[in-house]
Design a protein around this ligand. Structure first.
Ligand code: B12
Length: 212
């Protein structure tokens, strides 16, 4: 049995050969969707530890970048294993908040939403408010997802939601925010409908919204 928990440790240690070996073994074991979600969570935990070590000045920017590269490698191997449902669930406009360039988590959510049958319009990183507004208008999407890893991005997430209010679109869409630092307090401040720190939970929330 592949030790999913071991993944967190070897990612935190930035031990790329061991990470890739574990991932290979894990994928060879024909993991279920639940196991894939557990593995993604383990990677996320490993990256949180990378961030902690960065904060503690044990790691520096090159290590942060290396960690991101390892994680991208891992995700590029894991994501194709998601079973893809035919697109019919609904439309989601997704992007990383203005001022924030972190996109690994956002890309995981995008792939998982697509696998669940959502049509996702991914606006990328550092997305200006107006771009969210324009895309919602253009696509008639029912859901807006904003990703943020920087504490400061709470301001720009709020700016995005406010811009949707000003454009008269806020009542037409559900807004979900995600990323490691978001919580109920941030959700309330931003004016989003829901928050999550997990892509899998985010997908479940979006499914419930469109099924309601
Ligand atoms: C990798 C990384 C980077 C990479 C990013 C590469 C990339 N392409 O994304 C690089 C090296 C570029 C980087 C840069 C910086 N980083 Co950085 N980074 C990280 C690190 C280590 C991991 C983030 C990550 O990828 N996690 C793994 C993913 C899978 O997890 P996740 O993002 O949480 O996503 C999951 C869920 O949250 C959810 N989710 C995410 N988004 C969404 C959205 C929706 C809609 C839904 C439903 C769900 C959802 O789904 C995902 C899967 O479950 C974090 C540490 C941490 N604690 O998170 C620091 C961290 C976020 N970075 C930090 C900092 C300070 C920076 C820099 C300012 C450093 C610098 N001096 O330049 C710059 C930022 C520049 C900018 N303007 O944005 C700080 C932020 C501190 C703060 N309080 O604001 C952290 C917390 C590190 C730390 N502890 O100090 N970083």
């Amino acid at each position: 049995m592949v030790q999913i928990a071991e993944l967190s440790k070897v990612i935190a240690d930035l031990d790329e050969p061991k990470v890739l070996k574990l991932v290979e073994e894990f994928l060879a074991s024909e993991p279920s969707e639940a196991d894939l979600n557990r593995a993604i969570k383990a990677c996320q935990d490993g990256m949180i530890e990378v961030g902690n070590r960065y904060e503690a000045k044990e790691y520096f920017l090159p290590e942060l970048i290396f960690g991101a590269e390892i994680l991208k490698e891992v995700m590029s191997r894991m994501m194709p294993r998601l079973k893809v449902a035919p697109a019919r669930m609904g439309k989601v406009v997704l992007g990383t908040a203005h001022g924030d360039i972190h996109d690994i988590g956002k890309n995981v959510v995008r792939d998982m939403l697509e696998a669940a049958g959502f049509e996702v319009y991914d606006l990328g990183i550092d997305v200006p408010y107006q771009q969210f507004v324009d895309k919602v208008r253009e696509t008639n999407a029912q859901i807006v997802g904003i990703s943020a890893l920087l504490t400061l991005a709470r301001e720009t997430m709020k700016g995005t939601v406010d811009a949707m209010k000003d454009a008269g679109l806020r009542d037409r869409v559900k807004v979900i925010i995600g990323g490691n630092p978001v919580d109920e307090k941030v959700r309330a401040y931003v004016g989003a409908d829901r928050f999550t720190n997990s892509a899998a939970e985010g997908v479940e929330i979006c499914k419930k919204w469109v099924e309601a």
